[in-house]
Design a protein around this ligand. Structure first.
Ligand code: SIN
Length: 536
């Protein structure tokens, strides 16, 4: 089947749906998402959206906090844009029906949360289910829009580019994207989606690590596809580990929001001793990289499996009302957080790097845009400030709209390229799933042990060697076997792992989230710049 559309949106989180709803005013929009619409990282986001709305706050303060967190690598023009656009973009979310928590005494004012690294209370939230509330409203508006067609259970395989199809690039040697080959995971058919504008909004790649707060879909699909197509990638070494994921054998990927520390939660060891004051003047509200490294150091010293986060000194009613989701989840596992501390460990949470984009979300490939976690816009630099990511997604969805409606021009002047249907060659069914699961486990364990919170040159070099070997095997499977959704995720995960290791090896210093025991200090003279790589 060949599907022609104006805007092909790959991914259905806050970035993709915000763009789709706006773009539908200008053309036909097609959304491809690999599971159900709500299977996104957005849907799991607890904390909220950072924005200047309080009387004691200012754009200057939010900008300064973001730049401090970015540790020298955030782009000041991008930070200024995102911070200043925030109130307007949040108003748009309210207009489409998102219900943020308001103050009990004044329903016209948002209840503002506090998180690490923020000098003011500025987190707009919906209790501790902010992402779910945003996703609910966006999905509802998207489903009722007649100009948007949704393909669930469809996973993009690779981008269609001029270089790949016609074996030549455009003028100035620039690559152009025309859409993607897409696998329907329920029927196994592969379709051609031709688009005038293609947007990658596929989220992050937390699944590249053994322990992560991310949902199962977070396998770096957009990043890997863009890299294979030749797009510039940036800062893949900056992987943010969230300090506090629930540690329990029955809890998969469950986050204990940073807002818990914002409301007074204290990290303690198994003897009940608070330890953050040994590591950072800001104690429990230090930046995430500092808190995650402190927990890592405590665990390595004690040999314990977890540390604890204690909020039980706050009134029980406050805890239940502010954190209903966390309270219920913990209670279902036998932990009453109003009376006892929560066992927690750090886990991979957010990719600060990704597809390099400009201020209009354009990648280095014509016709290809990237927004949300899959992009590297210059906002987060070396370490993302908490709750700046949902904000980045809505701001850059708007930026992408401004540019893409200019880029597509009148429909009458557009002739879609002629693209051959997918050719499976001599591929046969993969009879043994162990060929996938073995490498899947291997990559995630390797990345956790060798490319985690604290790195060394030796471990990075070993990881590179092993990944290189696995990549060759995976590439061979790609030619030999009929493609499945699981296999595509493995292939993308391996590519993203390789990109993280390559960038980490290139940065011979410690900065933000990249902490290397062989290069402990920051080296502004050589490394105060993005790490940019691309496939030659
Ligand atoms: C959290 O609630 O701690 C996550 C917020 C974020 O990652 O920005």
């Amino acid at each position: 089947m060949e599907i022609k559309t104006d805007f092909l949106v790959i991914g259905s989180g806050i970035a993709g749906l915000s763009f789709a709803l706006k773009a539908a005013r200008y053309g036909e929009v097609t959304i491809v998402t690999k599971k159900a619409m709500v299977d996104t990282s957005t849907n799991l986001a607890q904390g909220g959206i950072a924005a200047v709305t309080g009387p004691d706050d200012s754009f200057e303060l939010h900008i300064a906090d973001t730049l401090r967190s970015g540790d020298g690598l955030s782009r000041p023009d991008v930070v200024g844009l995102v911070v200043k656009e925030a109130p307007e973009r949040i108003k748009e979310l309210v207009d489409i029906g998102v219900q943020f928590t308001t103050r009990p005494e004044n329903q016209t004012h948002f209840d503002l949360g506090k998180e690490g690294g923020h000098s003011r209370r500025r987190i707009v939230h919906a209790q501790d289910l902010t992402g779910q509330e945003i996703e609910r409203a966006l999905v509802a508006r998207t489903r009722e829009n007649p100009r948007i067609t949704i393909y669930e259970n469809h996973v993009a395989i690779d981008l269609l580019t001029r270089g790949k199809l016609l074996k030549k690039k455009g003028k100035d040697n620039q690559e152009t994207c025309f859409g993607a080959y897409v696998l329907d995971t329920q029927t196994g058919s592969i379709h051609t989606f031709l688009a005038r504008i293609t947007l990658l909004c596929t989220g992050g790649a937390g699944k590249v690590y053994l322990y992560t707060s991310n949902p199962d879909i977070a396998t770096g699909d957009g990043m890997a596809m863009a890299y294979r197509a030749g797009a510039r990638m940036a800062n893949m070494e900056f992987v943010q580990f969230h300090p506090t994921c629930l540690y329990h054998p029955k809890a998969k990927n469950f986050l204990i929001s940073e807002a818990v520390r914002g409301e007074g939660g204290i990290l303690i060891d198994k003897h009940g001793r608070a330890f953050m004051e040994k590591y950072d003047l800001l104690k429990d509200l230090a930046l995430r990289d500092a808190v995650a490294r402190a927990i890592d150091a405590e665990l390595k010293k004690s040999g314990d499996d977890c540390v604890y986060l204690d909020i039980s000194h706050r009134p029980a009613d406050f805890i239940k009302n502010r954190f209903p989701n966390i309270y219920q989840k913990c209670l279902s596992l036998g932990i009453d957080i109003t009376g006892e501390p929560i066992p927690v460990v750090p886990a991979a949470h957010y990719m600060c790097g990704g597809i390099l984009t400009d201020i209009y979300a354009r990648s280095s490939i014509a016709g290809l845009y990237a927004i949300g976690e899959t992009a590297c816009t210059g906002l987060h630099g070396a370490n993302r400030l908490a709750s700046n990511s949902l904000l980045e997604a809505v701001v850059f969805a708007h930026q992408a709209l401004l540019s893409s409606i200019e880029e597509i021009g009148p429909k009458s002047s557009y002739t879609p390229p002629s693209v051959p249907p997918w050719d499976p060659g001599g591929a046969v069914d993969l009879q043994e799933s162990v060929l996938i699961s073995h490498n899947w486990d291997g990559i995630r364990r390797l990345m956790w042990n060798y490319v985690g919170i604290v790195r060394t040159d030796k471990r990075l070099a070993l990881a590179q060697k092993r990944l290189d070997f696995m990549q060759k095997e995976i590439q061979q499977h790609y030619w030999d076997y009929i493609i499945t959704g699981d296999f595509l995720e493995l292939r993308n995960l391996a590519t993203v792992a390789e990109l993280i290791v390559t960038c980490a090896l290139l940065r011979k210093e410690s900065r933000g989230l990249h902490y290397n025991l062989d290069h402990l200090s920051k080296d502004d003279a050589h490394y105060k710049k993005d790490t940019i790589i691309w496939r030659q």
